[in-house]
Design a protein around this ligand. Structure first.
Ligand SMILES: *[C@@H]1O[C@H](CO)[C@@H](O)[C@H](O)[C@H]1NC(C)=O
Ligand SMILES: *[C@@H]1O[C@H](CO)[C@@H](O)[C@H](O)[C@H]1NC(C)=O
Ligand SMILES: *[C@@H]1O[C@H](CO)[C@@H](O)[C@H](O)[C@H]1NC(C)=O
Ligand SMILES: CC(=O)N[C@H]1CO[C@H](CO)[C@@H](O)[C@@H]1O
Length: 284
């Protein structure tokens, strides 16, 4: 236990819970949102509801929006390993309308101010790009200080020590790159179906194993989401529906020719890695 002395008590407790083998949520207040499906006057048919994805994080590298990520605790953002760069990195939280990071009540609904946090530790999975090109596409970004949870900033649920419910539909969100190459101003949302992994293997000519999820849409106008962003599903847990993180946008349409299929890192396969990485990087 020596090496755990000095880390946050809360993480130590979680570690003990892990040892105990009972299921638990990483953050008990996760996933609560106002679930506003009200789009205001901005955006179009696929715009996400204001405040309905408060875990959504924009990762900005060297001054440019680069990837999405998911807030999982008050200090850590989960993203894809390929979204982690040695360049100066910040994350923007509580973001919705990327061009207007101020409080904006002009549409009748107040869009709260987004804010940035500096990233002081970058933790890509050590096997990424070593064992294979596409597997282990997972990593954590540690923010320099903790964020306070609010209606616009709140982590998504991660369940440890439990079999995740077998769902067949997912949500994916992102500011994505549209066909004109521009980022969407408003957070976009799409619903995806789970496909057999062999279909992604075929389309992408890559091995897609159980550490990955194959997802896609039958409609041609779905947004891709941003690399590193969340693939989630609402699941009934202890009396209420809550959004759980199932996947991380890894690679898709750009690399795979034809079809709207994409490959997602299977977060459930990496819960031990996530816990270890947080424990070893929670101080200093
Ligand atoms: C999960 O659900 C799909 C259909 O939605 C089914 O084909 C599959 O066998 C299920 N897997 C497990 C492990 O229950
Ligand atoms: C997607 O998100 C909406 C809320 O934004 C929710 O109502 C819906 O159930 C989610 N879909 C799935 C498949 O979980
Ligand atoms: C994701 O990983 C978990 C744990 O290894 C496994 O039970 C689940 O079947 C995987 N999901 C898919 C879609 O392969
Ligand atoms: C559950 C929840 O987050 N409720 C909030 C919804 O939004 C109103 C006004 O913005 C807040 O006052 C509630 O606390």
């Amino acid at each position: 236990m020596q090496r755990f002395i000095g880390v946050f008590a809360v993480l130590a407790c979680l570690f003990l819970a892990t040892e105990n083998g009972s299921a638990f949520l990483l953050e008990s207040e996760c996933g609560k949102s106002n679930r506003s499906e009200n789009y205001g006057l901005i955006g179009g048919g696929q715009s996400a509801g204001i405040l309905s994805n408060p875990w959504m994080v924009l990762i900005i590298i060297g001054g440019s929006p680069f990837c999405g990520g998911s807030l999982i605790t008050s200090r850590f953002v989960l993203t894809a390993a390929h979204c982690i760069s040695p360049l100066y990195t910040i994350v923007r939280l509580g973001d919705y309308l990327t061009v207007n990071p101020e409080d904006d009540c002009s549409t009748g609904i107040c869009i709260p101010r987004a804010y940035i946090k500096h990233v002081d530790k970058k933790i890509p999975h050590a096997n990424f790009n070593k064992i294979s090109n596409q597997q282990y596409d997972i990593g954590l970004l540690r923010m320099a200080d903790v964020v306070e949870f609010s209606d616009s900033v709140r982590p998504i649920c991660l369940l440890f020590n439990a079999q995740m419910e077998n769902v067949s539909l997912f949500n994916v969100t992102g500011w994505g790159k549209r066909e004109d190459g521009e980022m969407s101003r408003v957070l976009q949302k799409a619903t995806l179906s789970k496909f057999d992994r062999s279909q992604c293997s075929q389309k992408c000519e890559e091995t897609v194993d159980e550490t990955q999820i194959c997802g896609g849409s039958y409609s041609s106008d779905s947004c891709d989401g941003d690399s590193g962003g969340p693939l989630s599903a609402e699941v009934y847990y202890k009396g209420e529906f809550r959004p759980f993180l199932y996947g991380i946008v890894s690679y898709g349409k750009l690399q795979c020719t034809g079809g709207g299929l994409g490959v997602y890192t299977n977060v459930t396969s990496f819960t031990n890695w996530i816990m270890d990485a947080m424990l070893h990087n929670s101080s200093g």
